[in-house]
Design a protein around this ligand. Structure first.
Ligand SMILES: Nc1ncnc2c1ncn2[C@@H]1O[C@H](COP(=O)(O)OP(=O)(O)OP(=O)(O)O)[C@@H](O)[C@H]1O
Length: 221
């Protein structure tokens, strides 16, 4: 369960603070998928960063499976984030010098060397995203859509309860974007995770079970 309550965020400026989020609340259960849509600058990515514990709210609380991550000390927070949350970004953030398989294993490296179980899981995920035969290739040898599929596999490695995706289909043509959307939703359903996606794509947004619009830092009813 993901519960965000009364989230506000402001950034200091030389004048008035810049208020980016205003009293945002949401509640999602395992298996839910939500698209957050809205105009550029509305605060969508900021909200995703806060749900992902990468940025702290100025006011309000986040609880993921009854844990308030912002109450944890730094090392515990990093461990919590690594175990509970999978991130997918538009530009996939793969490491160019590591193979596809090694990239998928990155979330396992926080615990030292990847275990045999992690390696099995990575191979299984590569199979499920249709890239088993590319395991030893470098990201530079893949197409944009294939790289995004690697990013999806990597996000799922630690069986996160929450998957956060910021424009996961942003740089892809329509057909490839549709394939990534379908794959992401299938894996999210299989794993019974919560999926929150920020997007400008009406097609991606419509594929999620729920849609909410953020305007001027406020979620519309
Ligand atoms: N670290 C920061 N310091 C100051 N202002 C910031 C910071 N991060 C974001 N902002 C501002 O907060 C506002 C919301 O940004 P955010 O990236 O969350 O919007 P968005 O809805 O995701 O936009 P887009 O659709 O264009 O990606 C913008 O005005 C942005 O300039």
């Amino acid at each position: 369960m993901l519960v965000a309550t009364g989230i506000s965020k402001s950034y200091p400026t030389p004048g008035e603070p810049l208020q980016v989020l205003r009293d945002v609340s949401l509640r999602l259960a395992a298996g839910d998928s939500l698209a957050i849509v809205g105009p550029s600058g509305a605060g969508k990515s900021t909200l995703l960063q806060i749900l992902g514990t990468l940025d702290e709210p100025t006011e309000g609380t986040v609880q993921l499976n009854d844990v308030d991550p912002f109450q944890l000390e730094e090392t515990e927070l990093a461990r919590f984030r690594n175990r509970q949350i999978g991130f997918i970004f538009q530009d996939h953030h793969l490491l160019p010098q590591l193979t596809v398989l090694e990239n998928v294993l990155i979330p396992a490296l926080a615990n030292g060397r990847p275990s045999a179980e992690s390696k099995e899981r990575a191979a299984d995920l590569l199979q499920r995203v249709g890239l088993a035969s590319r395991a030893t290739h470098l990201p530079g040898e893949l197409s944009g859509g294939e790289r995004e599929r690697v990013a999806v596999a990597r996000a799922l490695l630690n069986r996160p309860s929450l998957i956060l995706a910021d424009e996961p289909t942003g740089n892809l043509d329509r057909r490839t974007a549709d394939a990534i959307t379908e794959l992401l939703l299938r894996l999210q359903q299989d794993e019974n995770a919560i999926l929150v996606t920020v997007t400008h794509s009406p097609t991606l947004a419509a594929a999620m079970a729920k849609q909410q619009t953020l305007i001027d830092g406020q979620l519309q009813a």
